[in-house]
Design a protein around this ligand. Structure first.
Ligand SMILES: Cc1cc2nc3c(=O)[nH]c(=O)nc-3n(C[C@H](O)[C@H](O)[C@H](O)COP(=O)(O)O)c2cc1C
Length: 253
């Protein structure tokens, strides 16, 4: 039988990203985060509204998402409980955070120039994505269980850099998940992934089917027509915002 529980944290396991941004003086800030996911070449980031990173994203609208692998766990952990904010926000003081102006040095990581944005990449990260902020929106508005205000940042990926050791042989644009070992955060602790478990039906078709715009020839024309039809059919106006429901869960049904 399941039991109703109320964990303070619902981090069920997400990859650790080191997000680099530029401070107002042009110095780089670097922060570990794991509320980050991608859909296509767009990305959603969940960020503490008091973070230096969010302030920098508002000011400059640019960042690099540097994906940490398991061999980087110690460097990532050295960045925990640090903020680039000169004045540590009260809730972070309470949690034991301190201000650190040079997070690259604190972590022992190496800045590497980006191509399309000003914040540097993290050289040690085998997968890096340069990105531009599209929007910053409230998140969990009116949710009394959210301890501190947060924002949902939508970013558009502009360029992906991958260490060649991650690529599928003979496929320059594909990452081999057997070679990529992301560092994961689950309920505040660090984990790696196990080996592949089971053949994935979703992975049977060519990965390029998910990028119809990039295909040429007759197949490209056909897939663009399918995407246009899908947009006309499904890209409809959303219903107005729903009123928040009751905050305590009811009985199991
Ligand atoms: C592994 C890890 C994952 C984290 N995930 C997030 C996250 O998803 N969102 C967030 O706002 N803070 C997250 N934090 C906390 C931030 O790193 C922390 O708020 C930090 O002070 C931000 O740095 P900044 O103030 O210099 O931007 C995470 C910390 C660690 C160590």
């Amino acid at each position: 039988m399941h039991e109703t529980i109320e964990p303070a944290i619902l981090y069920t396991g997400t990859p650790v990203v080191l997000i680099s941004t530029l401070n107002e003086d042009g110095a780089a800030n670097l922060a570990p985060m794991s509320s980050a996911w991608q859909l296509g070449w767009s990305c959603l980031l969940g960020l503490d509204a008091s973070s230096k990173t969010l302030q920098n994203l508002r000011n400059t609208r640019e960042c690099v998402l540097n994906f940490a692998s398991i061999d980087m766990v110690e460097a990532v952990d050295r960045l925990a409980l640090l903020t680039g904010s000169r004045r540590v926000p009260l809730h972070k003081t309470f949690l034991g955070y301190r201000s650190e102006p040079d997070k690259f040095a604190a972590a022992g990581l190496t800045p590497q120039p980006s191509i399309l944005v000003k914040p540097p990449r993290v050289k040690e990260c085998k997968l890096q994505m340069e990105a531009r902020v599209v929007s910053i929106a409230p998140f969990a508005k009116g949710d009394s269980r959210m301890a501190i205000p947060v924002r949902a940042v939508e970013a558009r990926i502009l360029r992906v850099h991958a260490d060649p050791c991650l690529r599928v042989e003979d496929h320059p644009n594909r990452i081999d998940p057997d070679k990529w070992r992301p560092l994961m955060m689950s309920f505040r602790r660090f984990y790696g992934l196990s080996d592949g478990l089971y053949p994935s039906r979703l992975a049977e078709g060519a990965e390029e089917l998910y990028a119809p715009g990039a295909r040429g020839g007759l197949r490209g024309v056909a897939s663009k027509a399918i995407v246009r039809a899908a947009s006309a059919r499904y890209d409809v106006r959303e219903p107005p915002e729903l009123a928040p429901g009751p905050e305590t869960a009811g009985e199991d049904v």
